[in-house]
Design a binder for this molecule. Structure first.
Ligand SMILES: *[C@@H]1O[C@H](CO)[C@@H](O)[C@H](O)[C@H]1NC(C)=O
Ligand SMILES: *[C@@H]1O[C@H](CO)[C@@H](O)[C@H](O)[C@H]1NC(C)=O
Length: 448
C-alpha cells in the first residue's frame, strides 16, 4: 500500500488541472466540499487531493481568467428539502449546461437534499467539457412506486457525454433499504426483480468521476458501460454488508479505465469487471465488507466473453468473501487473459485467490457443459494476509479448456486465528510458481 504519494499526485495532475480550469468560476473547492461530508473525506482521499491541489496551484494560474457558465439546480426551481421532487429542475439545469457553448458546470448546492426519481442526463453537449458538481446530496425517492416497470434498472444516468467530470465532495444516496427488503435474495418468497443502479455512465468518453460518496444504492452503486478513457478516483461507496447485489463499481464494454484511491464497503462485489473490459488499471482501493474484486461472471447463457489487460494493484480487502477472483459459467466462450493481481493485502478473506469456472448464481444447478471461457496469462503476485477457509488458493478450471499461464509469485496466506495451515485445491490448471508461495499451490486432494 506504499505507492509513493508523488506518483499519485503526478497521475492526478492532468485531470485536476482541467478540473481547476472548468471549476474556477463555479468556485468549486474540492477540499472544502469534502470536508462537508466526513464519509467522503477519508484520509486517503483528502491527502491525495490536497497534495495534488497544492502542486497545481501555480501551474493552473494562467487559466483562471477563463469563464465557466454555472447552472445551479436552485435557479431551475429545485427545493432541496428532500421532500419535493427536484427531477425536473435537474433535467432543466442539465439541458441548459449541455447547450452552453462555453465550459459549463451544473451545481448541486451544498447543505441540501435533492429528491430525485429516474433521470437521464444526455449528451452530446455543445462544449467540450461539462462538470457536474455535487456539493449537497442527491437522494433517490424511497417510494418504489416511483419506478415504473418500464425502467427499474436505473436512477441517475449520464448518456453519450464527452469530457464529463462529476465531482464536488457531496453524496448520492440511493435510499436502498426498501429495495433490499423486497429483494428475492433477502426474502425467498418474493419474485426476483431488477432494482436501480444509482449512478450509470453509458457511452461517455473522457469521463472523470472524483471525490464523491455514493451510499445505500438500490442495487449496483456505479456502472460504467460502453465508455472509453475513464478515471474514477477518490470515491467512497458504502452500503451494509447484508444489502443484496449492491456492487460497488461495475465496468463493462469499456476500455482505458483507471480506478484509484477508492474505499468500497458493500454487500456484493467491490469491483465487478465484466465482458468487454480492456486495459483497466485499479490501484489504491480498499474493499470490505463485500464479495471482493471479481472478473466476471462471464459466459452465462452460453455467451461469448472478451476481457483483457486488467491490472489490480495495491488493494486491501478485509472481511470479504473473495479476494482476487475470476468467475465464469460453464458453456461460455471467448477469453479472459493478461490479468495481474498484485500487491494485495487480505484480512479474513474466505477465498483469497480463486478462479471458478463452475460459477453458478442460479436457483437451480447449472448443468455441466464442455465449452468455457478460456482463462490464460493470469499473475497473482505479492499477495499476503489471512484466510477464513482452508482453500486459500483455489483454481477450478474447465476440463475441456484448462487455464494456462497461471503464475503464482510471492504469496503468503495463513489461516486466520488458528494454527492450521491453509491449503490449495486445483483442477485443470497449468501453473508455475516463483518466489515463496504459501500455501504450496494445488497441494490438497480435491473433492472430485
Ligand atoms: C461480450 O462481448 C463480446 C465482444 O464484444 C460480444 O460478442 C458478446 O456478445 C458479449 N457478450 C454478452 C453476454 O454481452
Ligand atoms: C470444480 O468444477 C467442477 C466442474 O468443472 C465441479 O464439478 C466441481 O464441483 C468444482 N469443484 C470445486 C471444489 O468447486
Amino acid at each position: 500500500m506504499a505507492a509513493p504519494k508523488l506518483q499519485r499526485v503526478l497521475f492526478m495532475a492532468p485531470f485536476l488541472a482541467a478540473l481547476l480550469f472548468v471549476s474556477a468560476a463555479a468556485s468549486s473547492s474540492i477540499s472544502s466540499a469534502a470536508a462537508d461530508d466526513p464519509a467522503a473525506a477519508s484520509a486517503i482521499t483528502t491527502t491525495t487531493i490536497r497534495g495534488a491541489r497544492r502542486s497545481l496551484a501555480a501551474a493552473s494560474s494562467s487559466s483562471q481568467g477563463q469563464g465557466v457558465a454555472s447552472f445551479s439546480l436552485d435557479r431551475y426551481g429545485a427545493r432541496g428539502d428532500g421532500k419535493h421532487d427536484d427531477t425536473q429542475a435537474l433535467a432543466k439545469a442539465w439541458s441548459a449546461a449541455c447547450a452552453s457553448s462555453q465550459p459549463a458546470a451544473v451545481l448541486v448546492p451544498g447543505g441540501k437534499r435533492y429528491l430525485l426519481k429516474l433521470v437521464t442526463l444526455p449528451g452530446p453537449c455543445k462544449s467540450s467539457s461539462v462538470t457536474f458538481t455535487v456539493k449537497g446530496t442527491l437522494v433517490a425517492s424511497p417510494n418504489r412506486a416511483d419506478w415504473s416497470d418500464a425502467d427499474r434498472r436505473h436512477w441517475i444516468v449520464f448518456r453519450g457525454v464527452d469530457g464529463l467530470t462529476v465531482n464536488g465532495g457531496g453524496s448520492i444516496d440511493g435510499s436502498g433499504e426498501t429495495w433490499w427488503e423486497n429483494s428475492c435474495k433477502t426474502n425467498k418468497a418474493l419474485p426476483c426483480k431488477e432494482a436501480p443502479t444509482a449512478l450509470s455512465f453509458h457511452y461517455c468518453t473522457g469521463l472523470r468521476v472524483q471525490d464523491l460518496s455514493i451510499v445505500n444504492s438500490q442495487q449496483i452503486h456505479m456502472s460504467v458501460e460502453d465508455c472509453t478513457n475513464v478515471q474514477l478516483t477518490g470515491l467512497s461507496i458504502t452500503a451494509p454488508g447484508t444489502s443484496p447485489n449492491t456492487d460497488g463499481i461495475h465496468i463493462t464494454r469499456s476500455q482505458d479505465v483507471q480506478v484509484t484511491n477508492c474505499k468500497i464497503k458493500t454487500g456484493d462485489d467491490c469491483l465487478s469487471i465484466e465482458n468487454g473490459t480492456h486495459n483497466l488499471h485499479v490501484s489504491q482501493v480498499v474493499c470490505g465488507p463485500g464479495h471482493g474484486i471479481s472478473i466476471g461472471s462471464l459466459g452465462d447463457d452460453n455467451s461469448r466473453a472478451e476481457v483483457s489487460g486488467i491490472t489490480v494493484d495495491t488493494v486491501q480487502l478485509s472481511g470479504t468473501t473473495n479476494g482476487a477472483r475470476i468467475k465464469t459459467y460453464q458453456g461460455g466462450s471467448g477469453y479472459a487473459r493478461d490479468i495481474t493481481f498484485q500487491n494485495m493485502v487480505m484480512s479474513g478473506v474466505q477465498n483469497p485467490i480463486i478462479i471458478d469456472q463452475d460459477y453458478c448464481d442460479r436457483a437451480t444447478r447449472c448443468e455441466a457443459q464442455a465449452s468455457a471461457v478460456q482463462v490464460s496469462n493470469v499473475v497473482f503476485k505479492n499477495i499476503r494476509g489471512t484466510t477464513t477457509t482452508k482453500d486459500a488458493i483455489r483454481l477450478n478450471c474447465s476440463k475441456t479448456v484448462p487455464c494456462s499461464g497461471i503464475a503464482l509469485q510471492d504469496i503468503d496466506l495463513k489461516m486466520q486465528g488458528g494454527n492450521d495451515a491453509a491449503g490449495s485445491t486445483c483442477q485443470n490448471a497449468k501453473w508455475t510458481k516463483s518466489g515463496t508461495v504459501v500455501p504450496q499451490p494445488c497441494s490438497s486432494k480435491s473433492k472430485n
